[in-house]
Design a protein around this ligand. Structure first.
Ligand code: RUQ
Ligand code: CUA
Ligand code: CA
Length: 614
């Protein structure tokens, strides 16, 4: 490219940038300017107004897991506008995810998933804006999304488990490990070598999997008797934790509810590392499995928690882990500073519990405002309950009479209806800012136009900047968003790129052309609005064809589509992106390859022919 062209392009991009069109490139807008702009945008809206006017941008990036849609969504907060869907475990024809060779390599034939928990990578207890991690409860995988492209770059299979559910990254000093829990107990290994265990549920186990976040490979698994539901890590890099609701090893509902107490489990990372060093593990399906069962090692601490607890969340000051009771109307507050003493046997595990405030019927998840308050979602009552952690601890100390007054409860907000997860802005970090809270309600019933028996869900936005909770917005959500995180814009935005690094893809095409080797044909093609680098390609029936396309348009947002008529091939390439697809030319005739993404006044003319001869 000549200097002259480069110069002109810069100018053009700067003009776009000034007009607010090319926002999102760290190259063009320095971080300071972004922060100032965030503040200006929210000031213009007035104090805690959720209105985001045309031309203004949201203060937060919300990352939503998509549940059984298998995807992750990007939602602007506080506008609650859906900005993007990131295909993860699902096929997405709009982008070509699951159709191109690149995505097929990651998905390996499995196009359904169930994303529950999406979390960001951390540095020193707050998000570093590099990655998101998300679980697949269905096919037992963990995917990593790189934030610069908002695209999945790695998927790791988790063997030996089922119901891969709770997931949480290490928060301190940075995310080297990500932990993921198995909610369903199964025989380990779960194959013909262990068939005698199939009908003996007492020989079913759960596994706490530790994943190397950089390599996206498995470090080890810790075997326990219990099932494991949600996951959390502390703010010191010492422990991961989980709740278990099936300590009974039941296989029916009534068996899982038999006991009045289940556990919060704490995993001692120092001792896990020691076991790995000393070789205290067995290999099962290629993975190092450490025995963490009761009486077999001192790696796991079991704190009794009343009846089938669900969520586990750590307060932003790092002091407390809060287990939400589900079947019990309480939340259990565990003092994390006491965990070491319990591991050393100096106090009993139950002595780590400092409060058990009564919250309501069916507490599921708890989030925080960074001002000492907790917010718990209560499923059966359909409420969000704001309560003060310190007041709950004081009431516990003073005894039953004081507890009954429930002075720790600050406000109760009715929501519509049946809330699952609840999340406040930046609440999973030490920078929790107590501005917005989203209540992810499973039922919407009559809140939106009736669109048939299967209805949208209802994500409600709540202002938590004052003493009382103030409901400000309802948004229908396509099923089934499960959990979310709300991340300050200045952490994410400077990392987001407007174009791909062209040569990151080893097959990037710089010159269009066709190469034949017997029946194997490689078509290399560029795209530049409004033309492809080739006008026609001649093929023979039965040819094995690989089509590689690189988009040479670098203007922000100038993407092209590549769709091959009647060949079931459809994908999109962003600026400087390369994608490829391999197929057999099994249909004879003339087939138009056309652009699906409106890119130019002559977008409709952007097409070429594949001529497949008999
Ligand atoms: S769980 S509604 Cu899959 Cu996150 Cu609690
Ligand atoms: Cu290229 Cu439309
Ligand atoms: Ca139970």
């Amino acid at each position: 490219m000549s200097d002259k062209v480069k110069f002109n392009r810069r100018n053009f991009l700067q003009i776009l940038g000034a007009a607010g069109i090319a926002a999102g490139s760290g190259v063009l807008i320095p971080k300071e300017t972004l922060l100032a702009r965030t503040e200006k945008d929210s000031r213009r809206r007035g104090h805690q107004s959720n209105e985001v006017k045309p031309g203004e941008l949201d203060d937060y990036y919300g990352f939503w897991s998509g549940g059984h849609s298998g995807e992750v969504r990007v939602i602007g907060v506080p506008s609650m506008r859906e900005i993007k869907r990131i295909p993860v475990f699902n096929m997405d024809v709009a982008t070509g995810w699951g159709i191109t060779n690149e995505s097929k390599k990651l998905l390996r034939g499995r196009y359904t998933g169930d994303t529950h928990h999406v979390h960001g990578s951390y540095k020193n207890g707050t998000y570093d804006g590099r990655y998101l991690f998300v679980n697949d409860k269905l096919n037992n995988r963990v995917a990593r999304i790189r934030i610069d492209y908002m695209e999945v770059d790695a998927i790791v299979d988790i063997p030996n488990v089922q119901g891969l559910h709770g997931l949480f990254p290490q928060r301190y000093p940075k995310t080297e490990w990500v932990v993921a829990n198995s909610e369903f107990q199964v025989p380990v290994p779960n194959d013909e070598t262990n068939a005698s265990a199939f009908t003996k549920p007492k020989q079913y186990y759960g596994l706490h999997t530790i994943i190397d976040a950089e390599r996206m490979s498995i470090v080890c698994q810790v075997l326990v008797d219990e099932n494991m539901d949600l996951a959390a890590t502390d703010y010191k890099g010492k422990y991961s934790m989980t709740t278990s609701y099936n300590t009974e090893k039941g296989v029916t509902i009534s068996e899982m509810l038999a006991s009045d107490y289940d556990y919060m489990l704490v995993f001692h990372w120092g001792r896990i590392k020691e076991a790995l060093r000393k070789g205290n593990y067995t290999r099962i399906n290629g993975v190092k499995v450490i025995d963490g069962r009761k009486g077999h090692s001192d790696i796991v601490l079991r704190i009794p928690v009343p009846k089938n607890p669900h969520g586990i969340n750590v307060s932003p000051d790092g002091k407390y882990a809060i287990c939400s009771g589900k079947v019990s109307p309480t939340c259990t507050v565990v003092d994390l500073d006491l965990i070491d003493l319990a591991f050393e046997g100096k106090i009993k595990p139950e002595e780590c519990i400092v409060a058990q405030p009564e919250i309501g019927l069916g507490p599921l998840h708890t989030t925080f405002d960074g001002r000492g308050n907790a917010y718990t979602s209560v499923f059966i009552d359909s409420t969000n309950v704001k309560w003060n952690i310190q007041k709950a601890i004081e009431a516990e100390k003073k005894g039953e009479e004081e507890k009954k007054k429930k002075e720790y409860i600050i406000d109760v907000l009715d929501i519509h209806y049946q809330v699952g997860h609840i999340m406040a802005s930046m609440a999973e970090t030490k920078e929790a800012d107590g501005k917005w809270l989203v209540s992810l309600n499973k039922f919407s019933k009559d809140r939106f136009l009736n669109a048939g028996p299967v209805k949208a869900e209802n994500d409600q936005l709540i202002d938590i900047s004052g003493k009382k909770l103030r409901l400000v917005h309802d948004s229908p959500a396509y099923m089934e968003p499960h959990d979310c995180i709300i991340v300050r814009r200045d952490i994410v935005e400077p990392n987001v790129k407007d174009r791909y690094d062209m040569f990151e893809h080893p097959l990037a095409v710089t010159e269009s052309g066709v190469k034949r080797n017997g029946k194997n044909v490689i078509i290399r093609m560029t795209s530049n609005a409004p033309v492809y680098g080739l006008q026609e390609v001649r093929l023979k029936k039965g040819d094995r064809v690989t089509l590689i396309v690189t988009n040479h348009d670098e203007i922000s947002d100038l993407s092209h589509g590549v769709a091959i008529s009647n060949y079931n091939i459809n994908f999109v390439i962003g600026p400087f992106q390369t994608k490829s697809v391999t197929f057999t030319a099994d249909k004879v005739g003339v087939f138009w390859v056309y652009c699906t993404n409106f890119c130019h006044a002559l977008h409709l003319e952007m097409r070429m022919r594949l001529i497949v001869e008999p």
